[in-house]
Design a protein around this ligand. Structure first.
Ligand SMILES: [Cu+2]
Length: 137
């Protein structure tokens, strides 16, 4: 009986330790991979800013003058669904957006992918994509 209560106490300690380890994610870097031979790849850096998430895309190989639409989509890069959150166009390889009313943890809990399209005129061609996940880098 004494052994059992010791076991129970240690289980409680382990649970408390795990809860404190599950603090809100404050920053996350997502690798953005080339798609369709575009030569474009880079990173998305997500930073929790109060109730909003700042998303900074840094893409190498992007055209200097053609703005490239970017979004956070539902789904995965292999199976992209609708747009969940719009991002600012990538211009000369960079894009910064404040996505209102979301947390990095909410994004991590779901299935979301950040993708970049070739141009507004050619949205159907995807040039780069990365899934929002802890193991993304
Ligand atoms: Cu998109």
């Amino acid at each position: 009986m004494k052994r059992l209560s010791l076991l129970m106490i240690s289980l409680v300690f382990v649970t408390v330790a795990q809860l404190s380890a599950a603090a809100a994610t404050s920053t996350l870097t997502v690798a953005i991979h080339e798609q369709n031979g575009s030569g474009e790849s880079g990173t998305a850096t997500l930073t929790q800013m109060g109730a909003d998430v700042k998303v900074v895309l840094t893409i190498k190989g992007a055209p200097a003058t053609t703005p490239q639409p970017a979004h956070i989509h539902d789904g995965t890069c292999a199976d992209l669904k609708g747009v969940a959150y719009a991002l600012s166009n990538v211009v000369n390889g960079s894009s910064t957006t404040t996505v209102k009313g979301v947390t990095i943890d909410k994004l991590l809990d779901g299935k979301y992918a950040i993708n970049v399209h070739e141009s507004a005129a050619n949205l159907g061609k995807y040039v780069a994509c990365g899934e929002i996940a802890k193991s993304a880098m």
